[in-house]
Design a protein around this ligand. Structure first.
Ligand code: GDP
Ligand code: MG
Length: 163
């Protein structure tokens, strides 16, 4: 259990939903409003026969738009520094945003092994966004639905490679 995977990405892509699914408890607050994970959550993730430490990021302690971006960035940088590997998540239904590119550049600079995940890929409607994600330079995006539990075997293979 010494291996730590940090879930990184802009608010509202589904990081806490995946965290909750892998940890199996409602430890992280999931909300429709962007950025509602109030602090960093850590837990023991279970994926197939793998067990590892997982960190959910992008917390905001209070609504203060002036320093919002700075705090998210600082928290994410700390989580990246402490992790052995990064799971970088985008919203396949929305496609790439400037915030995705900003977070991705932090991840690339870290040089840590990174699993790129295009979440919300259930059904149709995620394909264009997933293809956009190739441009992040973080490898092939894995289509996932954290909410519906789809794509977990592909995620398993990617985590196994990163371990
Ligand atoms: P976070 O801010 O990145 O932690 O995102 P959350 O986990 O709080 O999720 C933000 C919103 O996206 C919530 O309304 C979730 O229900 C929704 N969501 C999460 N995963 C999926 C998914 O796989 N598909 C769809 N359609 N919605 C999802
Ligand atoms: Mg969250």
């Amino acid at each position: 259990m010494s291996f730590t995977l940090a879930i990184v990405g802009r608010p509202n892509v589904g990081k806490s939903t995946l965290f909750n699914r892998l940890v199996g408890k409602k430890l992280a607050l999931v909300d429709d409003r962007p950025g509602v994970t109030r602090d960093r959550r850590e837990g023991e993730a279970h994926l197939g026969d793998l067990t590892f430490r997982i960190v959910d990021t992008a917390g905001l302690e209070e609504a203060d738009p002036a320093s919002l971006e700075g705090r998210m960035r600082a928290q994410t940088e700390t989580a990246i520094a402490d992790a052995d590997a990064i799971l970088f998540m985008i919203d396949a239904r929305v496609g790439l945003t400037p915030a995705d590119r900003a977070f991705a550049s932090l991840v690339r600079k870290s040089g840590k092994p990174t699993i790129l995940v295009a979440n919300k890929s259930e059904g149709r409607g995620g394909e264009a966004g997933r293809l956009e994600a190739f441009a992040l330079g973080l490898g092939d995006p894995i289509p996932l639905s954290a909410e519906h539990g789809e794509g977990l075997s592909e995620l398993y293979d990617a985590v196994l490679d990163a371990l």
